[in-house]
Design a protein around this ligand. Structure first.
Ligand code: ATP
Ligand code: MG
Length: 200
């Protein structure tokens, strides 16, 4: 399963609705410093609910909303909500229709050859709100996380490798490095289940 498309609306430096295609094998994003490359990664972390564990670059959720005066430290004006949609290709059926229906809590999930995970953050006068959607249906973060876990995408996993992670992995003990490989290969899950079984 891979990300097919990312749609950003008023997310960080993306003040206009922006569609970014991702290809199956390899996609490279290039551009000058400060042009928004890392903001694209932040958008993925934000939308898939991986932000807390993988270190999104924002102090508060509302900092993610496009602010035309950002560079000048100006807070006033600008839109009051940001939306990021991650479209995942599921043509190979990695996630079954019933898995998607279960997560969405309804059988009205449309075509599941594409899975849309969308997150919206909305700012009001004195508060902010965050919403998640799965194929257009309103869901909780845990529904998204449970579904993604079934496709091998976990908040504590290594689907997103951040800048510092590489150095960290190099400096690890061989045993700790092996644990990461087990995690990626999906062996760790069975080790945990085996341990649980032996305890019982
Ligand atoms: P580098 O090559 O230096 O890593 P980059 O392409 O990764 O650069 P980003 O860090 O993605 O750049 O983008 C930084 C830009 O995003 C800055 O210009 C910053 O002003 C802008 N930015 C961040 N948050 C907002 C926001 N809420 N509204 C508007 N612009 C924002
Ligand atoms: Mg960057």
């Amino acid at each position: 399963m891979h990300i097919k498309e990312l749609v950003l609306e008023n997310f960080k430096s993306f003040g206009r609705k922006t569609r970014i295609p991702f290809y199956e094998d390899f996609t490279v994003v290039t551009g000058p410093n400060g042009s928004g490359k890392s903001n694209i990664i932040d958008a993925v972390l934000f939308a898939l609910g991986l932000a807390r564990t993988r270190g999104i670059r924002a102090e508060k959720l509302t900092d993610l909303i496009y602010n035309p005066g950002h560079a000048d430290g100006d807070e006033a004006g600008g839109p009051k909500e940001a939306i990021v949609e991650v479209v995942l290709a599921n043509d190979e059926g990695r996630l079954s229709r019933s898995q998607v229906e279960n997560a969405a809590g309804t059988d009205d999930v449309g075509d599941v050859s594409e899975i849309s995970v969308k997150r919206r953050v909305k700012q009001t006068e004195d508060n902010y709100y965050s919403y998640y959607y799965l194929n257009g249906r309103s869901v909780n973060l845990s529904d998204i996380q449970d579904l993604l876990a079934q496709a091998g995408v976990a908040p504590e996993g290594y689907n997103v490798v951040m800048q510092g992670d590489v150095t960290e992995i190099i400096n690890m003990t061989p045993y700790a490095r092996r644990e990461i490989i087990d995690e990626i290969a999906g062996v760790a899950e069975f080790d945990a289940k085996k341990e649980d079984a032996l305890e019982e």
